[in-house]
Design a protein around this ligand. Structure first.
Ligand SMILES: NC(=O)C1=CN([C@@H]2O[C@H](COP(=O)(O)OP(=O)(O)OC[C@H]3O[C@@H](n4cnc5c(N)ncnc54)[C@H](O)[C@@H]3O)[C@@H](O)[C@H]2O)C=CC1
Length: 308
C-alpha cells in the first residue's frame, strides 16, 4: 500500500490544538499536509457562525476535531455550553464538510454508554449516557452521522499524556504532597495515550488517501465512514492505574516519598456527574478495518513517565 502526503497544498483543519490530543495531532499531522489550527478567538466552537465561516475560508480536505467541552462534572451545571461545543459545532462541521466533500475525523467517549455489564463494548452496543457530557458527545456523534459527510468517529477513554490536564499528572503531583490518596477501584477501563490516538489518526488518514488513489476520494471516505472504538489495550481501574504510575515513578526516584494509594468505591467519592463502572471498549473493528492496534496501557504509561 502506498502511503503519502495529501495532494499538494491540501489543507487539514485542526480544532483544539492546545488540548491533549490536539497538541499531539499538531505534530503528527504536519508531515501529511498543510495543517491549519485556528486559535479559539478565530474559531470558537461555542459559536456556530465562527465555525461555519472558518471552514468556508479554509476549505479543508480533512477536518480533525479533538476540540471539545471536556469538563465532565462542570457540564452538569453548564449543559448549554457543553451541547453548543460537543453537538452544535459538530453538526456544523458535518454540514460544511458535506458541501466541501471534506472528510471529518471526530473523537467521542466511553461515557456514551451506561457502563452496565462486564464485557468491553462494541460499536453497535446500545448507548445510554449517564451524564450531560456523555449525552452531549452522543448528540455530536449523531449529528455528524446524519450530516451526510464522510466521517470517522473514534470513541476513546481515559486520555492522558505528558502534557495537559489529566488523571496521571494530577495523581503524580498529589502523591508528592500527601500521605495517602484514595482512588476509586470499581470503574474499569483503559488509559489511552494522547500520542497513540494522534498516530492512529495519521495512519487512518494515510490509509484513506491511499484507497482514494484507487477507488476515488468520495468512495474511499464512504468506505471508511463509521464509529470505531480506539482505547488503550488491556483493562484496569483508576486505583490500579494510579498505583502502577506511582510505583513506576518510585522506581525512577528512589529518594522521593510518595503517598500510599488506597482503594475506595465510587460511593465513597461522589461527583456531580455519574460515571460508567464499565468503560471497556472493544477495539477489534479498528484493528480489522485499519490494521491499527492501540498500545497496551502499561507500555504507554512507561513511555509517558519517561518523558516527564
Ligand atoms: N480526556 C479524556 O479523558 C477523554 C477525552 N475524550 C474525547 O477526546 C477528545 C480530545 O480530548 P482531550 O484532548 O483530552 O481534551 P482537552 O480538554 O485536553 O482539549 C480540548 C480542546 O478543546 C478546546 N476547546 C474547548 N472549548 C472550545 C471552544 N469553545 N472553542 C475552541 N476550542 C475549544 C480546548 O481549548 C482544548 O484545546 C475530545 O473529543 C474528548 O471529548 C474521550 C474520552 C476521554
Amino acid at each position: 500500500m502506498v502511503f503519502g502526503r495529501l495532494p499538494s497544498e491540501e489543507r487539514i483543519l485542526l480544532t483544539g490544538a492546545k488540548g491533549q490530543v490536539g497538541g499531539e495531532l499538531l505534530k503528527t499531522l504536519e508531515p501529511l499536509g498543510v495543517v491549519i489550527a485556528p486559535e479559539r478567538a478565530m474559531m470558537d466552537l461555542a459559536d456556530a457562525t465562527s465555525v461555519r465561516d472558518t471552514i468556508r475560508a479554509v476549505r479543508p480536505r480533512w477536518i480533525v476535531n479533538p476540540g471539545a467541552y471536556t469538563e465532565v462534572d462542570r457540564a452538569e451545571s453548564e449543559p448549554d455550553l457543553a451541547y453548543a461545543i460537543n453537538a452544535e459545532a459538530v453538526k456544523v462541521i458535518g454540514e460544511e464538510a458535506r458541501v466541501l466533500g471534506a472528510g471529518v475525523i471526530h473523537f467521542s467517549t466511553d461515557y456514551v454508554f451506561d457502563g452496565s455489564g462486564e464485557e468491553p463494548y462494541v460499536e453497535t452496543d446500545t448507548v445510554g449516557p449517564m451524564s450531560v457530557y456523555g449525552a452531549s458527545k452522543l448528540a455530536g456523534e449523531r449529528a455528524l452521522a446524519e450530516s451526510g459527510a464522510g466521517h470517522m468517529i473514534f470513541r476513546t477513554s481515559w486520555v492522558y499524556g505528558a502534557r495537559g490536564k489529566n488523571f496521571l499528572l494530577t495523581i503524580l503531583k498529589l502523591a508528592r504532597e500527601r500521605e495517602a490518596l484514595r482512588i476509586v477501584d470499581d470503574q474499569h477501563g483503559a488509559p489511552t495515550w494522547s500520542r497513540d490516538l494522534a498516530r492512529m489518526t495519521a495512519h487512518v488518514i494515510k490509509r484513506c488517501e491511499a484507497t482514494a488513489q484507487t477507488i476515488g476520494w468520495k468512495a474511499a471516505l464512504q468506505d471508511a465512514s463509521g464509529v470505531y472504538h480506539a482505547a488503550g489495550g488491556g483493562d484496569t481501574s483508576w486505583f490500579e492505574f494510579a498505583a502502577e504510575a506511582v510505583q513506576q515513578q518510585r522506581e525512577k526516584e528512589p529518594g522521593v516519598r510518595f503517598a500510599k494509594i488506597e482503594s475506595i468505591s465510587t460511593d465513597q467519592y461522589p461527583t456531580p456527574a455519574r460515571r460508567p463502572s464499565n468503560s471497556r471498549l472493544n477495539c477489534t473493528k479498528l484493528k480489522e478495518r485499519f490494521e491499527w492496534t492501540m498500545m497496551y496501557w502499561r507500555d504507554s504509561l512507561r513511555e509517558v513517565l519517561s518523558e516527564l
